[in-house]
Design a protein around this ligand. Structure first.
Ligand code: SF4
Length: 118
Protein backbone atom coordinates (compact mmCIF):
# COMPACT_ATOMS: atom_id res chain seq x y z
CA UNK A 1 0.00 0.00 0.00
CA UNK A 2 1.11 3.53 -0.76
CA UNK A 3 -0.30 6.74 0.68
CA UNK A 4 -2.24 8.59 -2.03
CA UNK A 5 -0.24 11.63 -3.25
CA UNK A 6 -3.13 14.00 -2.44
CA UNK A 7 -3.52 12.62 1.11
CA UNK A 8 0.05 12.81 2.43
CA UNK A 9 -0.77 15.87 4.57
CA UNK A 10 -3.70 13.97 6.11
CA UNK A 11 -1.58 10.86 6.72
CA UNK A 12 1.06 12.88 8.55
CA UNK A 13 -1.53 14.14 11.06
CA UNK A 14 -1.82 11.35 13.65
CA UNK A 15 -4.17 13.19 16.01
CA UNK A 16 -7.01 10.82 15.12
CA UNK A 17 -5.40 8.15 17.33
CA UNK A 18 -5.94 10.25 20.44
CA UNK A 19 -9.67 9.91 19.85
CA UNK A 20 -9.71 6.52 18.10
CA UNK A 21 -6.62 4.54 19.22
CA UNK A 22 -7.80 1.36 17.49
CA UNK A 23 -8.54 2.97 14.14
CA UNK A 24 -6.96 1.58 11.00
CA UNK A 25 -3.44 3.08 10.66
CA UNK A 26 -4.47 4.58 7.32
CA UNK A 27 -7.74 6.15 8.43
CA UNK A 28 -7.79 9.92 8.88
CA UNK A 29 -10.37 12.56 9.63
CA UNK A 30 -10.00 16.03 8.14
CA UNK A 31 -11.08 18.46 10.88
CA UNK A 32 -11.55 21.29 8.37
CA UNK A 33 -13.94 19.50 6.03
CA UNK A 34 -15.41 17.04 8.54
CA UNK A 35 -14.78 14.21 6.06
CA UNK A 36 -13.17 10.85 6.69
CA UNK A 37 -10.53 9.40 4.39
CA UNK A 38 -8.72 6.20 3.61
CA UNK A 39 -5.28 7.64 2.91
CA UNK A 40 -4.32 4.58 0.84
CA UNK A 41 -7.56 4.52 -1.12
CA UNK A 42 -5.86 3.94 -4.50
CA UNK A 43 -3.90 0.92 -3.27
CA UNK A 44 -6.12 -0.28 -0.39
CA UNK A 45 -6.18 -4.03 0.30
CA UNK A 46 -8.64 -6.36 -1.41
CA UNK A 47 -10.54 -6.93 1.81
CA UNK A 48 -11.24 -3.19 1.99
CA UNK A 49 -12.31 -3.12 -1.64
CA UNK A 50 -14.72 -5.99 -1.05
CA UNK A 51 -16.14 -5.03 2.32
CA UNK A 52 -15.25 -1.33 2.66
CA UNK A 53 -14.61 0.03 6.11
CA UNK A 54 -18.06 1.00 7.24
CA UNK A 55 -19.94 0.26 10.41
CA UNK A 56 -23.38 1.25 9.16
CA UNK A 57 -24.53 1.18 5.56
CA UNK A 58 -27.29 3.52 4.37
CA UNK A 59 -29.37 2.38 1.38
CA UNK A 60 -31.80 4.50 -0.61
CA UNK A 61 -35.34 3.36 -1.50
CA UNK A 62 -33.96 1.45 -4.49
CA UNK A 63 -31.51 -0.45 -2.31
CA UNK A 64 -28.49 1.42 -3.67
CA UNK A 65 -25.71 2.58 -1.40
CA UNK A 66 -26.39 6.16 -0.34
CA UNK A 67 -23.88 6.54 2.47
CA UNK A 68 -21.75 4.91 5.12
CA UNK A 69 -20.87 5.54 8.72
CA UNK A 70 -17.31 4.80 9.79
CA UNK A 71 -16.27 4.50 13.43
CA UNK A 72 -18.76 6.36 15.64
CA UNK A 73 -20.13 9.18 13.53
CA UNK A 74 -17.98 9.72 10.46
CA UNK A 75 -20.35 10.04 7.53
CA UNK A 76 -19.46 9.39 3.90
CA UNK A 77 -22.13 10.17 1.36
CA UNK A 78 -22.79 8.77 -2.09
CA UNK A 79 -26.04 10.69 -2.50
CA UNK A 80 -26.60 14.46 -2.69
CA UNK A 81 -30.10 14.24 -1.19
CA UNK A 82 -28.75 12.32 1.77
CA UNK A 83 -25.96 14.87 2.14
CA UNK A 84 -28.52 17.66 2.39
CA UNK A 85 -30.64 15.71 4.88
CA UNK A 86 -27.53 15.01 6.94
CA UNK A 87 -26.54 18.68 6.99
CA UNK A 88 -30.05 19.90 7.78
CA UNK A 89 -31.09 17.29 10.35
CA UNK A 90 -28.41 14.87 11.51
CA UNK A 91 -25.73 17.51 12.09
CA UNK A 92 -28.19 19.32 14.35
CA UNK A 93 -28.74 16.40 16.72
CA UNK A 94 -27.38 17.74 20.00
CA UNK A 95 -26.52 14.46 21.72
CA UNK A 96 -23.21 13.38 23.24
CA UNK A 97 -24.21 9.75 23.85
CA UNK A 98 -23.25 7.85 20.69
CA UNK A 99 -25.93 5.18 21.13
CA UNK A 100 -28.71 7.73 21.60
CA UNK A 101 -27.37 9.80 18.69
CA UNK A 102 -27.35 6.69 16.49
CA UNK A 103 -30.94 5.78 17.30
CA UNK A 104 -32.09 9.33 16.51
CA UNK A 105 -30.05 9.40 13.29
CA UNK A 106 -31.58 6.07 12.20
CA UNK A 107 -35.08 7.27 13.10
CA UNK A 108 -34.71 10.39 10.93
CA UNK A 109 -33.19 8.57 7.96
CA UNK A 110 -35.73 5.74 8.13
CA UNK A 111 -38.57 8.27 8.16
CA UNK A 112 -37.03 9.82 5.04
CA UNK A 113 -37.09 6.47 3.25
CA UNK A 114 -33.58 5.19 3.82
CA UNK A 115 -32.64 1.77 5.18
CA UNK A 116 -29.74 1.39 7.59
CA UNK A 117 -27.84 -1.89 7.74
CA UNK A 118 -25.69 -2.61 10.78
S1 SF4 B 1 -10.34 1.23 3.53
FE1 SF4 B 1 -9.02 -0.25 4.60
S2 SF4 B 1 -6.96 0.66 4.57
FE2 SF4 B 1 -8.44 2.27 4.13
S3 SF4 B 1 -8.89 3.22 6.11
FE3 SF4 B 1 -10.47 1.67 5.75
S4 SF4 B 1 -9.68 -0.18 6.76
FE4 SF4 B 1 -7.95 1.25 6.51
Amino acid sequence: MVVDPDKIHLFEDRSIFEELPEACPFFRHDQKTGKAYCTVHLTRPDICREYACWRLLILDFRGRRAGRIMYQRYFISDDTTLTQLWEQCINKIDESDDAVWEEEMIRILTKAGYTILR
